[in-house]
Design a protein around this ligand. Structure first.
Ligand SMILES: Cc1ncc(COP(=O)(O)O)c(C=O)c1O
Length: 305
């Protein structure tokens, strides 16, 4: 079995993997111009069915990123959705699968050109979910600040924003941590390199607002809705101080790829007893069952392939 899927979806067509090429001279500009999404499809083993989680929300955010970068929309959201589902079928995905839509301008010039019609590629990769895996992470507060709306808007899921993420993640790794948390330009908690941050204090969840220099995370919104509608846990969206990370009884990262990653410590301050706290456990169990369709509620969040 090849270590890549048989097909990608490129500019509207299912295309053999080996035919998905761009010219070497456009690699830098393609990267700088690109906006993307990270989407997960979860496999339900007992039903033998694959569900894409929050597909409509991810495609709406992709359209928003394309619009904010003033690119043209070469395909409608409905066309990309159909393409994505046909790609999952063509690649015979029968297991958890990560899907990466990417829109980029193929040009040899770094400056703005009239070539504002992006190319669009979708690809699939097998995914190993860590949900309910019992893992915890040790985080640090990064010495790098999160980029901001007037510099490089974190609201746009742009590949270039991940230079900021990489600096923080690499620093954390070299200093012996699993994860980084970045503060924003005002010195308040923003987010992790590829995930949002939630903390628990006095039985309530607290998380930075969407104007704190964060990506408008779909997982964050999902978990807030679940806390309010199912678990009856209060969620407060407000500025979060750095030291609140240290006195929290629980904290976790959340995102499509991060899923729900409990934090055992921040800057070596142990949170709770250093294990996975009760509120994090409740949320993780519920999220696990919903994404796979084991729990049938919120059917509108799952698109069957
Ligand atoms: C910087 C950043 N923040 C937050 C998230 C979480 O967003 P979502 O829940 O939409 O995947 C991501 C991506 O997963 C991200 O890259």
């Amino acid at each position: 079995m090849a270590d890549h899927p048989q097909f990608i979806w490129l500019d509207g067509k299912l295309t053999r993997w080996s035919e998905g090429t761009i010219h070497i001279t456009t690699v830098g500009t393609a990267g700088v111009s690109s906006v993307f999404e990270g989407i997960l499809a979860y496999w339900n083993e007992s039903a033998q069915r694959l569900f894409v989680f929050q597909l409509d929300a991810h495609l709406a955010r992709l359209a928003q990123s394309i619009r904010l970068m003033r690119m043209q929309q070469p395909f409608s959201t409905a066309e990309i959705k159909e393409g994505l589902l046909s790609l999952l079928r063509a690649n015979e995905c029968a297991g958890d699968t990560y899907i990466r839509p990417l829109a980029f301008v193929e040009s040899t010039l770094f400056g703005v050109t009239d070539q504002n019609a992006p190319r669009i590629v979708l690809n699939t990769t097998p995914w190993a979910s860590k949900l309910k895996g019992g893992k915890v992470a040790h985080a640090c507060v990064s010495s790098w600040a999160r980029l901001s709306d007037n510099v490089m808007p974190p609201r746009v899921k742009a590949a270039s924003n991940y230079l900021n993420s990489r600096l923080a993640a690499e620093e954390a790794r070299r200093n012996g941590y699993d994860a980084a948390i970045l503060l924003n330009q005002n010195g308040k908690v923003a987010e992790a390199p590829g995930a949002c941050v939630m903390i628990v204090r006095n039985g309530k969840i607290i998380t930075p607002t969407v104007t704190s220099g964060i990506l408008e995370s779909i997982t964050r919104a999902t978990l807030i809705q679940l806390c309010r509608e199912v678990l009856e846990i209060q969620v407060i969206e407000r500025e979060v101080d750095r030291t609140e990370l240290y006195v929290a009884s629980e904290a976790f990262l959340c995102g499509t790829g991060a899923e729900i990653m409990p934090l055992a410590s921040v800057d070596r301050f142990t949170l709770g007893d250093g294990g996975i706290g009760p509120i994090t456990t409740q949320l993780e169990n519920l999220y696990h069952d919903l994404v796979r369709g084991i729990d049938a509620r919120y059917g509108e969040w799952r698109t069957e392939v």
